[in-house]
Design a protein around this ligand. Structure first.
Ligand SMILES: Nc1ncnc2c1ncn2[C@@H]1O[C@H](COP(=O)(O)OP(=O)(O)OP(=O)(O)O)[C@@H](O)[C@H]1O
Ligand SMILES: [Mg+2]
Length: 247
């Protein structure tokens, strides 16, 4: 579904070039869930912008399978403040000129599924951070994407809501068989959701390791002994990569 070879991204700023990604290579199979984890500023959001086609100024090779319907959930939600919850979620479908009944059906389905239906006439400024996050998720899912790109979609949720939404995401993934690339800071989240976990070094991001977790999708995976081993391994690898960087 996705093939990335030697991807390099450099931002040009008034203070000189900032190298964000320095030669990243990995692949994601169709239907696979891939988590990308790495320290703040290592280029994770940049990687998603490239995959979404929003950043075209890069070196290296990036291939996304043809005719892929892509949805991107931005780190800061990207909600329109002057539109209410319903309108924000319906936006992408209206742009695609879907028939009004179909817009109605998909939007109410996802608002109900994500516990937002009662809030549908409120505006983003009237919502909590976690509610905004769910609106951003609903807005992506109504598009019925084949490729779902998510930039820390659960970061402003409390632990229990976060776990519940991770499980909802797994169900959606299993039902729709979409491909997922999820950026996260949370080791547990990466291991719970990522059949493949790509670990990036501090900026400029390079791939330090790639792990596979065949039990992802199984609800009991979080309580499996191997789950904790996998988390420990990634924690050690991340701190080793950080130390190598600082000296
Ligand atoms: N538009 C830009 N212009 C200049 N530099 C940028 C720009 N966007 C990002 N950067 C720099 O590129 C690097 C990577 O940024 P990016 O947002 O991809 O990191 P990230 O891994 O998503 O970080 P975080 O985990 O904090 O969200 C950072 O050092 C950042 O300062
Ligand atoms: Mg980011």
């Amino acid at each position: 579904m996705i093939l990335i070879e030697n991807l390099k991204v450099t931002y040009r700023t008034a203070a000189g070039p900032v190298e964000a990604l320095a030669g990243v290579s990995f692949a994601v199979e169709r239907g696979e869930s891939c988590a990308v984890i790495g320290p703040s500023g290592c280029g994770k959001s940049t990687l998603l912008y490239v995959l979404a086609g929003l950043k075209q100024d890069f070196e290296g090779k990036v291939e996304v399978a043809g005719r892929t319907q892509i949805a991107l959930i931005l780190q800061h939600f990207g909600l329109l403040p002057w539109k209410n919850v319903w309108e924000n979620v319906a936006l992408g479908l209206k742009v695609r000129r879907l028939p009004p009944q179909e817009v109605e059906r998909r939007v109410s389905f996802w608002l109900k599924n994500l516990g937002l239906y009662e809030l549908r006439y409120l505006y983003p400024a009237q919502l909590s951070g976690g509610q905004c996050q769910r609106v951003a998720i609903a807005r992506a899912l109504v598009l019925q994407p084949d490729l779902l790109l998510m930039d820390e979609p659960f970061s402003s949720l409390d632990a229990l809501t976060r776990e519940a939404l991770q499980e909802t995401l797994l169900e959606i993934w299993q039902e729709t068989r979409c491909t997922i690339v999820l950026v996260t800071h949370s080791i547990e989240e990466a291991v719970f959701l990522g059949q493949k976990v790509v670990l990036l070094s501090p900026r400029p991001g390079r791939v330090v390791a790639v792990y596979t977790h065949p039990l992802v999708g199984d609800k009991s995976w979080r309580h499996h002994p191997d789950f904790h081993l996998a988390c420990t391994r990634i924690r050690q690898e991340l701190s080793r990569a950080g130390e190598a960087k600082t000296g």
